[in-house]
Design a protein around this ligand. Structure first.
Ligand SMILES: Nc1nc2c(ncn2[C@@H]2O[C@H](COP(=O)(O)OP(=O)(O)OP(=O)(O)O)[C@@H](O)[C@H]2O)c(=O)[nH]1
Ligand SMILES: [Mg+2]
Length: 322
């Protein structure tokens, strides 16, 4: 299942090459490894196959193969031999499947068994909507059957297919390119509601399942959006917090000044009291009272402004994340 690496803005998809023994699965991958000059090939790497029996390589298509603003990384895997346990391993979690079939007449029964097995395997895990592409290989052989006849024999008339002669490098890049297009079209169909999408005449209409909103890709795209909004909110919040802190510092400075002034005034009051200068005492009293009243009003105004901003911020955040 395609995985969206949110931090690196990267979609990781898997395409499985399956089919009967000797159909040319390995040859496809060998040819891809050797292809460097084709503009449709961005970057091919061949990681060690590790513990797996599968042949694999990773492919990063060029700019044109990007999905939205994400890089696409494709893991291409193929199994050895006939369609069996390894083929199921290759199909596991695949986002797209290429069934490599042999155009030689003697291979048709093997082709059919493999093709049916792919369909059954995908249906069994409720993934019948995974795009499946046929590669009709070995079309260079003089006995090669026509692509349409092979598709007919598979019960796959009208199926999307690519004609190839992998041993000569023909149709190899075309197959991978077409498979990725199918995968991206399927991802797009999952990510966008039907009415926002331009009609794609090459694809059969897709039924919308009630579980679409729970699709991992869709959830991941939402996550990207949320993270982006959250980043902006965090930035806004940092700026507003700095402004609030500056206001608080100003209030503290003013209050400290009022305090200092009131100490001076109290001392003067004390002196006047002792010398019984009643008029001056009264005037000073008034001055102290006014100074306190002004400081109180200013600090109240600033306090309610801060409360207002905090409330606005809280409301905006709640709006964005609900
Ligand atoms: N004539 C012809 N032979 C091909 C073509 N592609 C592959 N072959 C040959 O078919 C044989 C099997 O090819 P592989 O690529 O090993 O096929 P595979 O599906 O990986 O086979 P296994 O993993 O052994 O089951 C090899 O001898 C290839 O050279 C082709 O397009 N034309
Ligand atoms: Mg092989």
């Amino acid at each position: 299942m395609a995985y969206l690496n949110v931090r690196q803005r990267r979609i990781e998809a898997k395409i499985a090459y399956v089919g009967p023994a000797t159909a040319g699965k390995g040859t496809n991958l060998e040819r891809l490894r050797g292809t460097v000059s084709d503009p449709r090939i961005g970057k091919i790497e061949s990681p060690g196959d590790g513990a797996s029996n599968l042949v694999s390589l990773t492919w990063q298509p060029p700019e044109s193969g990007r999905f939205r603003d994400c890089d696409v990384h494709v893991q291409v895997v193929a199994h050895h031999g006939a369609f069996g346990r390894e083929a199921f391993e290759a199909l596991d979690d695949a986002d797209g499947v290429v069934v490599v079939v042999d155009a030689h007449p003697s291979a048709q029964e093997r082709n059919r068994i493999s093709f049916d097995a792919v369909r059954t395997a995908l249906e069994r895990v409720d993934r019948a909507d995974v795009p499946v592409l046929l590669q009709i290989n070995k079309t260079d052989l003089p006995e090669a059957l026509a692509a349409e006849d092979i598709a007919l024999g598979l019960g796959a008339e009208g199926a999307r297919h690519v004609v190839a002669a992998a041993a000569q490098g023909r149709g190899v890049v075309e197959t991978l390119d077409a498979a990725l297009n199918e995968v991206l079209a399927a991802l797009r169909a999952e990510a966008e509601p039907d009415d926002e999408r331009a009609p794609d005449t090459n694809r059969p209409p897709k039924s919308v399942s009630p579980n679409d909103s729970a699709h991992p890709l869709l959830a991941a795209l939402r996550q990207v959006l949320r993270e982006t909004v959250r980043e902006h909110v965090d930035e806004l919040e940092t700026r507003r917090t700095a402004r609030l802190q500056a206001s608080l510092v100003r209030i503290e400075q003013r209050l400290a000044a009022v305090e200092a002034r009131s100490v001076v005034l109290s001392t003067q009051l004390e002196t006047l009291h002792r010398s019984s200068q009643a008029d001056e005492l009264h005037a000073l009293h008034m001055e102290v009272r006014d100074a306190f009243a002004e400081a109180g009003a200013r600090s109240n105004a600033l306090r309610s402004r801060i409360d207002e901003i905090a409330e606005k911020l809280r409301k905006q955040k709640t709006g964005w994340f609900t």
